[in-house]
Design a protein around this ligand. Structure first.
Ligand code: AP5
Ligand code: MG
Ligand code: ZN
Length: 215
């Protein structure tokens, strides 16, 4: 199964991708996670990317396309993959098409998670992520342990640098300007499936699974 999870910041792409990884045993390819890993490693690319990310802007297309191209060639992507946060611009989508054609692969589905702006801001301001295992939480909707630590590994939870309200608003604007055109792009290819992302996490998961099984 080869799919894209499309949706605004905070829509639940990462949350749903993790559940699909469990269910289908295919890897999650999150450009945001890969860029944050590069930031932690303080590579030249990571340091440049951090400036864009902290400003709520996109990292240049050629950087993310390069990362994804390399990742898709790895052995564990043979049976399928879940792209989370990529593509985000029309040039990225065109580049993906080329990379997949070179690898003899085709997308099965593009799931678009639809969530109201107010809910997005609440989700992002309340988000916390385990600094050790990367598991995501929400202070209200998916709370961590009573002592505030990760339920899986006991790690300390951290807040993402770009989850400040002003940066969140910029990320939303960037999404509307640069990523929303991909809805039409994939609709025209007959790949777009809209899913109501306003439901509870487990319900959204079930709906995605039904869409994929109906596919
Ligand atoms: P990225 O990391 O991709 O961030 P994003 O797209 O802004 O999305 P988020 O990760 O913030 O949200 P999500 O949809 O994954 O939501 P989550 O599941 O965590 O990108 C970060 C930056 O990297 C970009 O701004 C850019 O600079 C750069 N970048 C990345 N990819 C790029 C690309 N392709 N090109 C260029 N630049 C790129 O959920 C959010 C919260 O809500 C969590 O707390 C969760 O517990 C909770 N939640 C989830 N679902 C529900 C639900 N159904 N009900 C209630 N709460 C829920
Ligand atoms: Mg995410
Ligand atoms: Zn953890």
């Amino acid at each position: 199964m080869k799919l894209i999870l499309l949706g605004p910041p905070g829509a639940g792409k990462g949350t749903q991708a993790a559940m699909l990884v469990e269910q289908f045993g295919i890897p999650q390819i999150s450009t945001g996670d890969m860029l944050r890993a590069a930031v932690r490693e303080k590579s030249t690319m990571g340091l440049k990317a951090k400036e864009c990310m902290d400003a709520g802007a996109l990292v240049p297309d050629e950087v993310v396309v390069g990362i994804v191209r390399e990742r898709l060639q790895q052995e564990d992507c043979r049976a399928g993959f879940i792209l989370d946060g990529f593509p985000r611009t029309v040039p990225q989508a065109d580049a993906l098409k080329k990379v997949l054609a070179e690898l003899g692969k085709e997308l099965d589905s593009v799931i678009s998670l639809e969530v109201d702006t107010d809910a997005l801001v609440e989700r992002l301001t309340g988000r916390r992520t385990c600094g050790v295992c990367g598991k995501g939480y929400h202070l209200r909707f998916d709370p961590p342990r009573e002592d505030g630590l990760c339920r899986e590994c006991g790690g300390v939870l951290i807040q993402r640098d770009d989850d400040q309200e002003a940066t969140i608003r910029t990320r939303m604007d960037v999404y509307h300007e640069q990523t929303v055109p991909l809805e039409d792009y994939y609709r025209q290819q007959g790949l777009l499936c809209r899913v109501d992302g306003m439901q509870e996490i487990a319900t959204v998961h079930q709906r995605i699974v039904s869409v994929l099984q109906a596919g």
